[in-house]
Design a protein. Structure first.
Length: 347
């Protein structure tokens, strides 16, 4: 690690919520020509359903330049794009999933999200009571109405489509991890160094099966790849799950302090924006964290976000030590997911 590692990084990925509030160019409207082409691609699928089709079966030749620009912005720019223009009311639920899947196959390779083979998740209240789940695994929290702390998912690109929204709350919150890094570099460089050291984590059995959940692993919160590109993978929930397991050292006071500072800076620097039905939010998981506020379902509507994890062909190279988490650290590799390196596309 060099002294330049702890200097501000800057660039388009170092945005703040205040800046995005003044510049809405991260929200991209799909033009009518793209919407018409999407409908034609849907009609051409016949009875194919995900995962038994990919971009070849969902041709979008006129929309391809726009999607290529979105892909570049996700890897080389802000790392955040929200697409608008689709109207879920036009489509049966299964057709909406097929549209989402087909579009996302143009941006990357879908990945399994848990060891049961979930490939297109529905993030909605599964408690049956509307009660918020404030503890336990990340999956249990996300499938309730409670708030979610800032975190990353195990993929290059996270795609969320709002199929429907609740009657109140559920505001999407995104923060640039580069902006957090740079704020620490200026105000608390001695704590920034701690985030480049190992934090033990454990992933829960309901995401990766009993065998993986039984093996805590160390990995830094912030890291640089072989070409210097920044990456961050973090969930405080997973750090807490590792505590008390055999061989895992207790968190140091400095580790707790820097996680508290990270959370405070995320609150200060994030952008908040409600989801509207039909919107697709795309986030590069190497340079953003995401979370949400609590929400309430009711007679006026129920919240349901469709979720796809993607490995991006434009992705950055990762440090060699990240192989245990990602499966493959090469740039552009099919990597990540609950079963690292395994595509969710049917053979």
């Amino acid at each position: 690690m060099t002294t330049t590692t702890f200097a501000p990084i800057g660039g388009r990925a170092a945005w703040t919520g205040a800046e995005l509030g003044r510049d809405a160019s991260w929200v991209v409207a799909l033009p009518q020509a793209a919407l018409s082409e999407i409908e034609a691609a849907l009609a051409g699928l016949g009875d194919r359903t995900q995962p038994r089709f990919d971009a070849r079966h969902f041709p979008l030749p006129r929309t391809a330049p726009l999607l290529a620009e979105v892909a570049r912005e996700l890897e080389e720019g802000r790392g955040l794009v929200r697409l608008t223009g689709l109207d879920p009311a036009r489509y049966p639920a299964e057709d909406l999933k097929r549209i989402f899947w087909g579009l996302m196959c143009h941006l990357g390779t879908p990945l399994p999200q848990n060891t049961t083979g979930e490939i297109l998740a529905e993030v909605k209240d599964e408690t049956g009571s509307g009660a918020a789940v404030a503890s336990g695994t990340a999956r249990a929290r996300s499938r309730s109405t409670g708030p979610l702390r800032f975190h990353t998912d195990k993929c290059d690109l996270l795609a969320l489509m709002c199929a429907s929204n609740g009657i109140a709350g559920g505001v999407s919150r995104i923060v640039s991890t580069v902006a957090i890094h740079d704020a620490m570099a200026i105000s608390r460089p001695e704590l920034l160094e701690v985030l480049y050291e190992d934090f033990w984590r454990a992933r829960p059995a309901d995401e990766e099966g009993e065998n993986m959940a039984a093996r805590p692993f160390p990995m830094p919160v912030f890291a640089r790849g072989p070409d210097g590109h920044f990456t961050s993978q973090y969930s405080r929930t997973y750090v807490e799950l590792a505590q008390g397991q055999p061989g895992v050292p207790p968190l140091t006071p400095r580790q707790v302090e820097v996680m508290d500072l990270l959370a405070a800076l995320a609150e200060e620097l994030c952008v908040e924006m409600p989801f509207e039905p039909g919107q697709i939010q795309l986030m590069n998981q190497h340079v953003t964290y995401h979370g949400r506020t609590a929400y309430a379902d009711g007679a006026g509507g129920r919240r349901n976000l469709l979720r796809i994890w993607l490995a991006s062909p434009l992705s950055r190279a990762l440090p060699a030590g990240h192989a245990g988490q990602w499966g493959d650290v090469r740039a552009g590799a099919v990597r990540g997911g609950a079963m690292p390196g395994r595509s969710a596309l049917a053979a």
